[in-house]
Design a protein around this ligand. Structure first.
Ligand SMILES: Nc1ncnc2c1ncn2[C@@H]1O[C@H](COP(=O)(O)OP(=O)(O)O)[C@@H](O)[C@H]1O
Ligand SMILES: O=P(O)(O)OC[C@H]1O[C@H](OP(=O)(O)OP(=O)(O)O)[C@H](O)[C@@H]1O
Length: 190
């Protein structure tokens, strides 16, 4: 059932957190889904997701002592996913996380059936959204936009366009995941 590990990826500003929040609001069976809380070396006051805010020494200690199931570095920040955040997979629940494209191969290596959701939007939309979000400085936004390009998209990725209404993107994603789930159920041995 590791297809129920769903990693939402895509360039900065494309709406990963927003689509996750919209999907969460409409997900039909709340008890069967877990929404990962990330551990990040970003102040809690920065805005955006409700992450576990860590200072750098604490993050490094947790990483070095094996507290994270997944961890990566990007934008000058450390990101970690504690093991407990993935535990619901063992009881067949869906687990949703906001992941890193650069780190995807490591996820696939460990969870070969994990589902990659790629959120897309045109470059000019990303720039507008990042400016409007206002969490990063102009220089940080420029660095994020530079990182937006040139990712070799795995062929089995689920692509969701987030150019119109957020709810439409969430609904399209929900349908795609339900189709994957139905496919996986029929593939299971009797
Ligand atoms: N479909 C959408 N329509 C309008 N604004 C959106 C849409 N999706 C996201 N946004 C806005 O774009 C900004 C970036 O979204 P966010 O979810 O933080 O992106 P990401 O997590 O991919 O960096 C936020 O201010 C959010 O409100
Ligand atoms: O390897 P990449 O796909 O470029 O991703 C790098 C990081 O950027 C995003 O983080 P974050 O949510 O902090 O940034 P964002 O909101 O600007 O996307 C994403 O969730 C990764 O943690």
């Amino acid at each position: 059932m590791s297809h129920r590990l769903v990693c939402i990826m895509g360039p900065s500003g494309v709406g990963k957190d927003s689509v996750l929040a919209a999907l969460r609001a409409q997900w039909p069976d709340a008890e069967r889904a877990h929404w990962v809380r990330r551990s990040i070396t970003r102040p809690a006051t920065a805005g955006g997701e409700a992450h576990e805010a860590l200072d750098r020494p604490s993050f490094d200690f947790l990483r070095d002592t094996g507290a994270f199931a997944l961890h990566w570095e990007a934008h000058g920040l450390g990101y970690g996913i504690r093991w407990a955040e993935l535990a619901p997979l063992t009881t067949g629940r869906w687990v949703f996380l906001n992941g890193s494209r650069a780190h995807w191969s490591a996820v696939r290596h460990r969870w070969p059936q994990a589902t990659l959701v790629h959120i897309t939007a045109p470059a000019e939309v990303l720039a507008q959204r990042l400016a409007a979000r206002g969490r990063e400085s102009a220089a940080e936004i420029a660095a994020r936009l530079a990182r937006a390009e040139a990712w070799p998209l795995p062929p089995d990725a689920v692509t969701v366009h987030n150019t119109g209404l957020l709810q439409d993107a969430a609904t399209n994603l929900q349908r795609a995941l339900q189709a994957l789930d139905a496919q996986a159920s029929t593939a299971l041995p009797a």
